[in-house]
Design a protein around this ligand. Structure first.
Ligand SMILES: [Zn+2]
Length: 253
């Protein structure tokens, strides 16, 4: 490693604030990636799809029950019709039979007729329930198709945005690595420690009399003291504890 690069001669705090800026940019990119509106919309869409599929499953189940009920009514109707036909045949072939027998047959035919009426009414009830149920199922099928189309579009856009952000993150992390390698080990450790404790910001600029880390104003005597520190001294904000980088060290961006 040579000292040819002028950056190697820079004040460590000037390098540090550059590392902080890169870390901030990396965090912002990571946040933007996680908080993509398309990602949230896709999650909502998937939840809606799951709800529609659950409802469709319920409708399918009820639809199967109704179909079973209708098949059962159909069987009963067929049996009643067959019995009535048999009785009617017997009636037409029994012209000379005793009036009492004929009356009994006619009475049963009458009962069967009213039983058929009942079965028909029951069938109508089931059919009336079946109709809107099928309409709802059709609507759900159409909605699921729309949701799938929209999800595919969102997935494509998320992949595009991710690829773009990831590309930027690769260069930001590389630059961060290069800069961080220039920091004295003790300063780097102190910075990482503060960053871990203070929400990702371990170093802040002193802008005028304000700490850009906690945005509080420092007492003027403290600002004066920091301004007159020897160049190799590391000042910290007495309010937030972050390393303060003075404007004279390239901190005033
Ligand atoms: Zn502060």
């Amino acid at each position: 490693m040579t000292d040819a690069s002028p950056r190697n001669e820079e004040h460590p705090l000037a390098v540090l604030i550059r590392v902080q800026d890169l870390d901030t940019a990396i965090s912002q990119h990571e946040h933007r990636r996680a908080a993509l509106p398309e990602r949230r919309e896709l999650a909502e869409l998937n939840a809606r799809g799951a709800a529609v599929r659950r409802r469709t499953a319920e409708l399918d189940e009820r639809g199967a029950e109704l179909a079973g009920g209708l098949a059962h009514l159909e069987e009963q109707t067929t049996a009643v019709v067959a019995r009535r036909r048999a009785l009617e045949d017997r009636l037409s072939g029994a012209r000379g039979a005793a009036g009492r027998d004929l009356a009994a047959i006619e009475s049963e035919i009458g009962q069967l007729r009213s039983r058929l009426g009942q079965l028909e009414d029951e069938e109508i009830v089931l059919l009336e329930e079946q109709e809107p149920l099928e309409a709802e199922r059709d609507a759900h099928r159409a909605e699921l198709a729309e949701l799938a189309e929209r999800a595919a579009e969102l997935t494509r856009r998320i992949a595009e945005a991710d690829a773009e952000i990831d590309g930027e993150l690769v260069s930001l992390r590389a630059a961060r690595g290069d800069q961080a390698a220039l920091l004295p080990e003790a300063l780097a450790r102190r910075y990482e420690d503060l960053r871990a404790r203070l929400g990702g910001t371990g170093a802040a600029r002193l802008i005028g009399d304000r700490c850009d880390g906690c945005h509080l104003t420092l007492p003027s005597a403290e600002v004066d003291r920091i301004r007159h520190l020897p160049p190799d001294a590391v000042a910290t904000c007495e309010q937030c504890g972050r390393i303060l980088v003075r404007a004279s060290l390239g901190g005033d961006a």
